[in-house]
Write a protein that binds this ligand. Structure first.
Ligand code: FCB
Length: 484
């Protein structure tokens, strides 16, 4: 979908470094976190273990042996963190709910202290005039459900529906936006294919079964939320789209294959009620898709009010000739090795991106965000969009006075907000933007080595310090005008 040719046709000034741009009235400026990345308190108030507790405690899985046991200690600092959000002038806060706090083994009785924690969070946001945007699943699956088969097992979608109904009843009178899943691509392919994320399995057929059961969980979860929410919330799902480029002619099939597995295998069932025929054909040697049962696609395809878009960088693909050393450089979350792309792994190579890069090694490409928003708008013209994650890790340096002059993060954000503004002016119905992340936090396989926050966290003292990017973003959030 997003090819180099397309990039060169649109885009205007190459650097995307504007200021003074005015965002539409009502545009939502938020920031995002996720439960396992910030909460800590891993064994308190009845929380059960999740697959990320198990995975992070398995030697060799996470950088430095880091775990989310303490993380940012947000669980114990909820009030202070809420005050910080208010101080920054955030219009919305996107957080996730830890399923194992609600149902410690993933099914059955509700653990009330877990529900109370999120209920207080939602009330605290509303008291401060901040919209609660709640994600039900940002990767911390109850370990007991993994033991019963995990996402490749249909029972996990059944359990998710029950969990969604519990949360709809508990918070559906106050949550502004419900999001079912965060980045099911990561859950399925990194969790069950490539193995770099929990639970760390390497089973290509299981990864595709996980794709379907995540889609099913989304649809059935959404129905459960709708049936139980007493207020009038909006409904959404967040996907991490792969923006694909190539570096030479003859690679359309590489783009088509990866676009199918990464993007269309989620958008088509969710928004059109069908699996793309080419994806089924490409993966025929891996699975016969017998896990898709009668009626499933009707359940998966539910109207959503807003489609959540996570964007960090692009990927460059080409067809592999089968002889030269295969390049495996696909940047974001490093899913290039092993079985991350069932059915296409041996046919496509991921080549080096043009720089510059963030501390994650992800290439900085604001034009990719503009192209992505335009492409989604063209594919799904009536679907409002929301950037639910965008941001950057850099190796921040703390100045002698305690400030964090993170000019490179401000530059990254400026360029991506400029890209979003260009998409808006080209007619995209973009409703808001959430910076990843409010706090430096547990960055999955990278542990605490990578800092994405607009607020610094000292992981020894757990003290918070607003970075220069946080102050810059605060000006944007409170005025709606892109600052100098
Ligand atoms: C996304 C995740 C989020 C964070 C950012 C950097 O894939 O949703 O939790 O790790 O990347």
């Amino acid at each position: 979908m997003n090819t180099v040719t397309e990039l060169h046709t649109h885009g205007g000034a190459a650097d995307y470094r504007d200021h003074g741009l005015i965002f539409p009235r009502g545009f939502v400026f938020g920031s995002a976190t996720a439960s396992y990345q910030v909460e800590g308190a891993f064994d308190e108030d009845g929380r059960g273990p999740s697959i990320w507790d198990t995975f992070s405690k398995t030697p060799g899985k996470v950088w430095n042996g880091d775990t989310g046991d303490v993380a940012c200690d947000h669980y114990h600092r909820q009030g202070a963190d809420l005050d910080l959000m208010k101080e920054l002038g955030l219009g919305a806060y996107r957080f996730s709910i830890a399923w194992p706090r609600i149902q410690p083994t993933g099914t059955g009785a509700v653990n009330q202290p877990g529900v109370d924690f999120y209920s207080r969070l939602v009330d605290g946001l509303l008291e401060r005039g901040i919209r609660p945007v709640a994600t039900l699943y940002h990767w911390d699956l109850p370990q007991a459900l993994e033991d019963a088969g995990g996402w490749p097992a249909r029972g996990t979608a059944d359990a998710f529906e029950e969990y969604a109904a519990i949360m709809g009843r508990a918070l559906g009178d106050r949550v502004h936006t419900w999001t079912t899943l965060n980045e099911p691509w990561c859950s399925a392919y990194l969790g069950y294919g490539q193995g770099g994320h929990a639970p760390g399995r390497h089973e290509p057929a299981a990864a595709l079964a996980a794709v379907h059961h995540l889609n099913l969980a989304h649809g059935r979860g959404l129905q459960a939320l709708r049936a139980t929410s007493a207020g009038d919330p909006e409904y959404s799902v967040t996907l991490n789209f792969h923006v694909l480029r190539t570096d030479g002619p003859g690679n359309d099939d590489a783009i088509r294959r990866i676009d199918g597995l990464a993007n269309r295998v989620f958008t088509h069932p969710m928004l059109r009620g069908e699996y793309p025929a080419d994806v089924i054909a490409d993966t025929a040697a891996v699975t016969d898709w017998e896990f898709v049962k009668d009626g499933d696609l009707d359940a998966v395809c539910q109207p959503i009010d807003v489609l959540g878009v996570n964007y960090y960088s692009t990927a460059t693909v080409r067809l592999w000739d089968g002889t030269s050393p295969r390049q495996q450089n696909d940047g974001h979350k490093g899913a290039s090795d092993g079985t991350a792309w069932p059915g296409s792994h041996e046919l496509v190579e991921f080549v080096e991106q043009p720089g510059p890069f963030t501390a994650m090694g992800w290439n900085i490409a604001p034009d990719g965000l503009e192209n992505l928003l335009m492409s989604l708008h063209e594919q799904f013209p009536h679907q409002p969009l929301m950037v639910t994650e965008n941001g950057a890790a850099f190796d921040d340096v703390v100045a002698a006075d305690g400030s964090v002059p993170d000019a490179d993060r401000i530059d990254y954000l400026r360029r991506h907000f400029t890209a979003a503004h260009r998409a808006l002016s080209r007619g995209v119905d973009l409703r808001g933007y959430f910076v990843w992340s409010l706090l430096d936090n547990f960055e999955w396989g990278y542990g605490y080595a990578k800092r994405f926050g607009i607020v610094r966290v000292d992981f020894d003292t757990l003290e918070r310090a607003v970075k220069d990017s946080g102050r810059w973003y605060s000006r944007l959030a409170t005025t709606g005008v892109l600052p100098e």
